[in-house]
Design a binder for this molecule. Sequence first.
Ligand SMILES: *[C@@H]1O[C@H](CO)[C@@H](O)[C@H](O)[C@H]1NC(C)=O
Ligand SMILES: *[C@@H]1O[C@H](CO)[C@@H](O)[C@H](O)[C@H]1NC(C)=O
Ligand SMILES: *[C@@H]1O[C@H](CO)[C@@H](O)[C@H](O)[C@H]1NC(C)=O
Ligand SMILES: *[C@@H]1O[C@H](CO)[C@@H](O)[C@H](O)[C@H]1NC(C)=O
Ligand SMILES: *[C@@H]1O[C@H](CO)[C@@H](O)[C@H](O)[C@H]1NC(C)=O
Length: 397
Amino acid sequence: MYFKLILISVLVLKGQCEKSFKLQQVLILSRHNVRTPLSKNLPEFTPKTWPTWKEKSGSLTAKGALLEGFMGEYFALWLKKHGLLNEDCPSEDNFFVYANTAQRTMASAEAFVTKGFPSCNVTIHNSSDSHDPIFNPVIHNTSAIFKLEAAEQMRVLLKSLHLNSSYEDLEQILNYKQSEYCLKKQKCDFVTDTNKIFVDVGFKPNVEGPLKISKSVIDSFIMENYEGFPDKEVAWGLLKNNDQWNSVLDLSKGYHSVIFNTTLIAKDIARPLISFMRDILLNKQYKITLLMGHDANIYTVLKSLDFKPFNLKHQHEMTPAGGKIVFQKWFEEKSDVTFMKVDYVYQCTNEMREGKRLSLDCPPEFTSMQLEGCKTDDNGFCLWEDFVGILNSLVED
Ligand SMILES: *[C@@H]1O[C@H](CO)[C@@H](O)[C@H](O)[C@H]1NC(C)=O
Ligand SMILES: *[C@@H]1O[C@H](CO)[C@@H](O)[C@H](O)[C@H]1NC(C)=O
Ligand SMILES: *[C@@H]1O[C@H](CO)[C@@H](O)[C@H](O)[C@H]1NC(C)=O
Ligand SMILES: *[C@@H]1O[C@H](CO)[C@@H](O)[C@H](O)[C@H]1NC(C)=O
Ligand SMILES: *[C@@H]1O[C@H](CO)[C@@H](O)[C@H](O)[C@H]1NC(C)=O
């Protein structure tokens, strides 16, 4: 028995040695790191006082910059380890950094680059357009049929959600019945108030009503927690364990699913970004690319490419702040075959809160991602040509 085990390990090791995989190209699609809450209406939704932030609404915080710097340091080491970078600074021809024009995305890219490549002069590219069409998560398709079909897909998803007990939990946390919004607008019941769906060309898909209110306040709880506010200030100390967190997080996940996780909308929104990514992967010489965007970009790219369901351990969010979809092109010399491997690389919720520094010995989480249309082996590799086929099918037509 013991002998057999050893024999198996030797064979496995030998099998790995015979193959030699070389990392040739990496494209990192990232979400910006920790930011201040986006919604300016938060005070309407509770009689309680919200924590105060130093930075203005929607900005990367100092904590966010710290955490993104850790990611930059880690990736610089990881890229060196895999031979994509040498000790010197990456050249403009090798390393391409492109960020959305929002403060939080520009500043995240800046933090990544300045910590990862300290004395190097790395340019962060961005659009001159204040709403960069590559990252702007708005609807493009002008046809009436699209509007009808897309709204119907959203409606079906919305109806499939079971959120009553989550709504009730959140109302209690907020003391919602005493909120200004309830008292003035007479909309006092998350469970029965209506959610209205909007699909309009040039705008982000939208759901107005209790689901969006919930998303906005939970977004603040999530960011307060990452930022490291005292326990009694994060959701006023009322989210004490994972069950309580998970109950309210279902609302936030539900909202994001309704607006970004249906096929027609995801493909329509993500097409410019996927086209940009495809061009980089197929036509450009860069070995390393960092694209710094938003959760909207990650949600819609994941749905468009048709990834199988995944679970990010020890993370509250489906698309964590600072999380990265890392597309890796690997070449296997012996067989002369090229592969694609995709990992979701992110920090655990608690480690973000603690501000844990990363290194090769203390890496971020890597969750292997599988595409429906690209059969993945046990090591996470699928055929490059199948992956390219998926990209082509989304960009053409
Ligand atoms: C984007 O890049 C342009 C140069 O092309 C620069 O002038 C501008 O300030 C940048 N925008 C932001 C938001 O940093
Ligand atoms: C850094 O790069 C920019 C743009 O490529 C260039 O204009 C500038 O002179 C460089 N600065 C240094 C110190 O190398
Ligand atoms: C717009 O949506 C319709 C209906 O889904 C589809 O047939 C058409 O191809 C789309 N047009 C573009 C430009 O994507
Ligand atoms: C949720 O609450 C609504 C409104 O009270 C009710 O119609 C629905 O049946 C409830 N759903 C479940 C699963 O209990
Ligand atoms: C999107 O929806 C699918 C089901 O269609 C689900 O398995 C997946 O977890 C959702 N993805 C995200 C990022 O919410």
